[in-house]
Write a protein that binds this ligand. Structure first.
Ligand code: BES
Ligand code: ZN
Ligand code: ZN
Length: 519
């Protein structure tokens, strides 16, 4: 059939068209170059409505002012995050996207808890790169816009699309810094963004592709290049049983997919003996709810219930790529939460690694169970700080939405470190309470030491979950990040396309970098 059609095509003379098409796409592959340049909004009273960045001004000069002339006649002043495209004005760049950066030197905004300048650059550059991608431009040069790291993040995050499983894919775009010598910052931004994109890839991929085993293998592959600093252990069910992780085992029981307890050691500190930073991530590769089955609508989103593990592991891959001088241990209990004849039933009592007994009244509150055992095990490394990350509760989405990841912590110092990092990355955090008020709601239990749901089940759900985890922590510097609200993006974060967000990978990396470079 194919042969017949092909011959017919040739005979009817469409071949020439075919050939033309082929040669056009060849041109695409080698020559579709584009450029993204930024412009600031001028303040009222300042001369002109726009102010070119350094790179844009240089470009404009090389064309004897043609760019400013075109910008002035092509419409109203470019607003923040908007773009305008010019074709054929420069021989090297058939397509030029000029993007609005908003006000110059906006800086850190105390109300928004982020650096507005950096956020605007990420947003504008992502818009510029994306419009060029839609025009099938396959190589984009990017204006640093005064902050090459943020520009790189905007470009690499903005261009990411999980289309591996589609026949029709977006144009693959390579990126390069334009008109600046600050390659170090550019490369750093690329590495930060690629880290987040790795987490997005793991989270977005369907649960029949990313199982505990394939998750662990993917991370192992990504760490292979750093084998001198990194050791990785993929612990099997037998090891988990040996460790007496009864809470973790109670979750994996209903599934036919074998669990993995992933353990990563990154040794970047010149002082080999330095106490490690411990990162622990919830790794439920699919959360059906178990016997307390979730409703069908949106259940597919539960393929991303390993977002904690994805962001933690991706941030370690990034730390290794950046050669951060710090020791980090990453732990990811990975399994599915499924209903079956073997599954844990509401009311069952299980025993965690530290001997505490837990009544599992709701099998859908499984994240805290697997984290309980991972936290107990994590203490054996005497870490300087423990940060666990988990898509733990729907309640945190109700409370904060996708604006910020919630931080529950027993340490003001750790809160400050996390908050400081998030202001830089724009991937924000917000502090929540760890009152005893909530503890009493999980310790008041009919059959066991703890109940896995709060006694007033719906009220303060994110806080009772945090209080539950606290029962497995003795370390003085511990933080629990509930990332369920920031798990996915519709259009709230303009430089991330719709899909799983990979948040807060960059904040974790920036936080680790802050620790690495302090003391
Ligand atoms: N994985 C979910 C939480 C979640 C909800 C993540 C929405 C991302 C988006 C978690 O395991 C869960 O189901 N939690 C329950 C706890 C409840 C049974 C106490 C919840 O939030 O409803
Ligand atoms: Zn659940
Ligand atoms: Zn879950």
């Amino acid at each position: 059939m194919t042969m017949f059609l092909l011959r017919r095509t040739i005979r009817t003379g469409v071949w020439t068209n075919h050939f033309r098409q082929f040669s056009t796409s060849q041109t695409h592959l080698s020559e579709r170059k584009g450029l993204v340049l930024g412009v600031f909004e001028n303040k009222v009273g300042e001369e002109g409505s726009l102010q070119l960045t350094e790179a844009a001004a240089g470009f404009d000069q090389s064309l004897s002012g043609k760019l400013s002339e075109l910008l002035n006649i092509s419409g109203p002043a470019l607003k923040k995050g908007k773009s305008r495209i010019f074709y054929g004005i420069h021989k090297d760049f058939p397509c030029l996207a000029v993007v609005g950066l908003g006000k110059k030197n906006a800086g850190v905004c105390g109300m928004e808890n982020w650096d507005t300048t950096k956020e605007s650059i990420r947003q504008a550059v992502s818009v510029g790169c994306r419009v060029l991608q839609d025009l099938q431009v396959n190589h984009v040069e990017v204006d640093a816009c005064g902050d090459a790291q943020s520009a790189a993040e905007g470009a690499i995050l903005g261009l990411f699309q999980y289309d591996q499983l589609k026949s029709k894919k977006k144009t693959k775009v390579t990126t390069q810094l334009y008109g600046s010598t600050d390659l170090v910052s550019w490369e750093k931004g690329v590495t930060y963004a690629e880290g987040q994109n790795l987490a997005r890839l793991l989270m977005e991929a369907p649960a029949n592709h990313i199982t505990p085993t394939t998750f662990a293998n993917t991370i192992e592959e990504r760490l292979a290049a750093f084998s001198e600093q990194v050791t990785i252990n993929k612990r099997s069910q037998a090891w988990i049983e040996d460790q007496q992780m009864g809470a973790f085992l109670s979750v994996t029981k209903g599934s036919d997919e074998p669990p993995v307890f992933l353990e990563i050691h990154y040794k970047g500190s010149p002082d080999g003996m330095q106490a490690p930073l411990l990162l622990v991530g919830k790794g439920i590769t699919f959360d059906s709810g178990g016997i307390s089955l979730k409703p069908s609508p949106s259940m597919d989103a539960m393929r991303a219930d390993m977002g904690g593990a994805a962001t933690v592991c991706s941030s370690i891959v990034t730390a290794a790529a950046l050669k951060l001088p710090i020791n980090i241990i990453g732990l990811a209990p990975l399994c599915e939460n499924m209903p079956s004849g073997k599954a844990t039933k509401p009311g069952d009592v299980v025993k965690a690694r530290n001997g505490k007994t837990i009544q599992v009244d709701n099998t859908d509150a499984e994240g805290r169970l697997i984290l309980a055992d991972a936290l107990c095990y994590g203490h054996t490394f005497n870490p300087r700080a423990i940060v666990n990350v988990a898509t733990l509760t729907g309640a945190i989405d109700v409370a904060l939405g996708s604006a910020a990841a919630a931080v529950f912590t027993n340490s003001d110092w750790l809160w400050e470190q996390l908050h400081k990092a998030s202001v830089v990355t724009g991937d924000r955090v917000w502090r929540m309470p760890l009152f005893k008020h909530y503890t009493s709601q999980v310790t008041d239990c009919q059959l066991a030491d703890l109940n896995n749901i709060g006694k007033y089940s719906r009220s303060g759900g994110a806080c009772t979950a945090a209080a539950f985890l606290r029962e497995f922590v003795t370390a003085p510097h511990w933080a629990h990040l509930d990332i369920a609200g920031v798990m996915s993006n519709k259009d709230e974060i303009p430089y991330l396309r719709k899909g799983m967000s990979g948040r807060p990978t960059r904040t974790l990396v920036e936080f680790a970098s802050g620790l690495a470079h302090s003391d």
